[in-house]
Ligand binder design. Structure first.
Ligand code: OAD
Length: 228
């Protein structure tokens, strides 16, 4: 039996849009009615941590009832035919909920929090709230396990290694506006077929673009990939 081809998929907010989770840049810089820079930056955390905690508590509550859509499911099913690696900018857990086994979160995970004293102390809290005054075992405030603007992206090195080994590379539902995540495509081998699923015109050269919503476009893309 030959080894499965490695299908690497970079996903963004657009893949979860049809699960009821709003994207960032489709909403005039507002994210679920908050100023993105107030709730998703390290400066925002220092300015008003209670607002930031409230924002992520609301996001966790929203995620509790969100369901994976056809795009998440199609990528999970593709694991039967491909060695699928999802590199996601999303902090939701909908790829995992759909059954994807190899998911790397570039920007952190909503269902986890960590110590503000020792970043290695990470706690899985599911959909529970975290409030001002909730502390880690060292007695320091807990914060969302999210990569904010102004912070390093620790998972990027691993993502680069995955991208470098891709046999097929796909981009789904991201504006490719945020770095370093968007730079991942530069590490993909030149001869690797590349696909994009997004209803908007995301300018990436040398890519087969499917201008559809993820629920429809991912299935179309997988049909094309199956014919390679
Ligand atoms: P954006 O909001 O920048 O882009 C969302 C993309 O999804 C756009 O290209 C839309 O056209 C597309 N889209 C909308 N609906 C779609 C659908 N139904 N199916 C497919 N695509 C659809 O979101 P990201 O690129 O993910 O970081 O943003 C990157 C990062 O910026 C996020 O991870 C977040 C944000 O600030 C942090 O919070 C650190």
């Amino acid at each position: 039996m030959t080894a499965k081809k490695k299908l690497v998929v970079l996903t963004g907010a657009g893949i979860s849009a049809e699960s009821g989770i709003r994207t960032f840049r489709d909403a005039d810089g507002l994210w679920e009615n908050y100023d993105v820079m107030k709730v998703a930056s390290i400066d925002g955390w220092y300015d008003d941590p209670k607002l930031v905690l409230q924002f992520y508590n609301e996001r966790r509550e929203q995620l509790r009832t969100a369901k994976p859509n056809a795009a998440h499911v199609a990528l999970a099913e593709a694991q039967q035919r491909y060695d699928v690696h999802i590199v996601t900018q999303n902090v939701d857990n909908l790829h995992e909920a759909a059954g994807s086994k190899q998911v790397l979160h570039l920007h952190g995970e909503l269902t986890k929090v960590r110590s503000t004293k020792n970043p290695a102390l990470i706690y899985d809290i599911g959909y529970k709230s975290v409030n001002w005054g909730d502390t880690c075992e060292l007695g320091s405030q807990l914060r969302p396990h999210i990569v904010w603007f102004g912070e390093a992206v620790p998972a990027m090195d691993e993502a680069v290694q995955i991208a470098q080994q891709a046999d097929i590379f796909a981009v789904v539902g991201t504006s490719m506006a945020v770095y370093p995540a968007a730079s991942l495509i530069y590490y993909v081998p030149d001869d690797c077929p590349k696909f994009l699923v997004d209803p908007a015109d995301v300018p990436i050269s040398g890519i087969t673009a499917i201008r559809e919503k993820a629920s429809v476009g991912v299935a179309q893309m997988l049909e094309l990939i199956d014919k390679l």
